[in-house]
Design a protein around this ligand. Structure first.
Ligand SMILES: [Zn+2]
Ligand SMILES: [Zn+2]
Length: 456
């Protein structure tokens, strides 16, 4: 057996920090290692933290070892990028054989932040399949990597960006299907639309602190992504940000986030749980649609709107507690949630068309309780739950009053009862209770006294 060591693959990720060169096998950065990285004796280019890692990587590295070329560009960088000279050279080399280091302390941008999609092929490294690893650490003033800059570099496995970088443009790394590791510098504040779309080898994402906006479809179709860490500075998650990330199992979103875009986690078929922050007010259209493994979601008390089809076809979802703050549930919001059994629907929430369409389990439950509409059934249930809560709260107050009163048992009860005015001018709770009693066919004051006496 060639390799008995357990590979440490924790480095296969999109991380935040200041890591520079790292082991080609386990991805650990040189600064985290006790010794310097060792180079492969044959090519002198591949680097490993120890023999185990070298042996582990050999299967992959063997085919390329002798073909590897290191290209270092540190003069005339601007022109060589603009004229396409560097790209032309890269296009002549074999797939996955180039280690590119750009070391120009003066350039501020690679590519163009305004390049239109129909001119994507003009981007400096568009479809340069020869790229294996890219180091931009030496570009100490670089602030942006433009639109499509490294798009479809399908052999690119690792990318090191400088600490000065603030912006990554549209689809800058889109379709980099071999990309396992990117270090996002802490200086980064913006990630453009589709920035890492279709990076099917990325396993984890750590966005740097201070990060505020994640562009639309930023990680769409990153099908190996199993975990992500979002900073608490993030206020918006763009439409489709994690659409079809089919390996993602759980999501914890932090406070500060107010909006979850359309389809943000749509089709995340492995997602089992989601915790949403208290700052969230809107859940976009289809935010969790087709998350067929989702069993539990905690909706925050700040939520006011649930978009159309927000949880449609979440076929494993069994219960849902809608917060009192929620005023609107969009069309088909829970359509096709065939396992949904229990829903708490506040009085103040209005339902869009077909909000519970094809919720078979719920329809059945409603029918058993004698209702031919899920909505009527849920409204009735909510009323009785609220009523029960109110009675219990009143009861606690009443018992307290009895305990504080003096005299015989009968005198104590009389004192306590006097504290609960029979008209609606008393405490708000009593008024509310009377209202509920009237709506539900109870008989007001008599009912209230009756209720309390039943419990004492
Ligand atoms: Zn290693
Ligand atoms: Zn080698």
């Amino acid at each position: 057996m060639r390799n008995t060591a357990t590979p440490n693959i924790s480095g296969l990720s999109l991380t935040s920090g200041t890591q520079s060169r790292c082991c080609w096998y386990c991805g650990r950065g040189e600064e985290t290692l006790p010794t310097k990285l060792q180079k492969c004796g044959r090519c002198g280019l591949a680097e490993y933290c120890n023999r185990e890692c070298q042996r582990g990587d050999w299967k992959l590295h063997k085919a390329k070892c002798k073909m590897l070329t290191e290209i270092i560009v540190d003069t005339d960088v601007k022109n060589r990028l603009r004229s396409g000279a560097l790209k032309r050279r890269l296009l002549t080399l074999s797939e996955g054989t180039v280690i590119l280091s750009i070391r120009d302390p003066d350039i501020t941008t690679i590519g163009d932040m305004n390049l239109a999609v129909e001119r994507a092929y003009e981007a400096p490294f568009f479809k340069c399949k020869s790229l294996l690893r890219v180091y931009l650490k030496g570009c100490t003033k670089l602030t942006s990597v433009g639109n499509f800059a490294f798009a479809s570099c399908s052999s690119l496995t690792s990318m090191v960006l400088p600490d000065s970088l603030t912006q990554i443009g549209e689809a800058a790394f889109g379709g980099c299907t071999s990309l396992t590791s990117v270090v996002l510098p802490d200086s980064l504040t913006e990630l453009g639309e589709s920035a890492f779309q279709d990076c099917t080898s990325l396993t984890s994402v750590v966005l740097p602190d201070s990060f505020t906006e994640l562009g639309e479809y930023a990680f769409q179709d990153c099908t190996s992504l199993t975990s992500m860490v979002l900073p608490d500075s993030l206020t918006q998650l763009g439409d489709g940000a994690f659409l079809r990330c089919s390996s993602l199992t759980s999501v914890v979103l932090l406070d500060s986030l107010t909006l979850l875009g359309k389809g943000a986690f749509g089709d995340c078929t492995s997602l089992t749980s989601a915790v949403l922050p208290d700052s969230l007010t809107q859940l976009g259209e289809g935010a969790f649609t087709f998350c067929s493994s989702l069993t539990s979601v905690v909706l925050p008390d700040s939520l006011t709107q649930l978009g159309e089809q927000a949880f449609a076809k979440c076929t494993s979802l069994t219960s849902m507690l809608l917060p009192d703050s929620l005023t609107q549930v969009g069309r088909l919001a829970f359509g096709g949630c065939s396992s949904l059994m229990s829903v708490i629907l506040p009085d103040s929430t209005t339902l869009g068309d077909g909000a519970f369409y094809e919720c078979d389990a719920l329809v059945q439950k409603a029918a058993l309780a004698g209702f031919d509409s899920v909505e009527l059934y849920l409204r009735y249930r909510y009323k009785s739950i609220t009523l029960r809560k109110l009675v219990l709260r009143l009861l606690r107050k009443y018992k307290k009053a009895v305990n504080y009163a003096y005299g015989t048992e009968a005198e104590k009860h009389a004192t306590a009862l006097a504290l609960f005015p029979a008209d609606n001018t008393g405490s708000l709770e009593v008024g509310l209770f009377l209202q509920k009693m009237n709506i539900s066919g109870g008989d007001g004051v008599i009912g209230l006294v009756g209720y309390i006496l039943k419990f004492v």
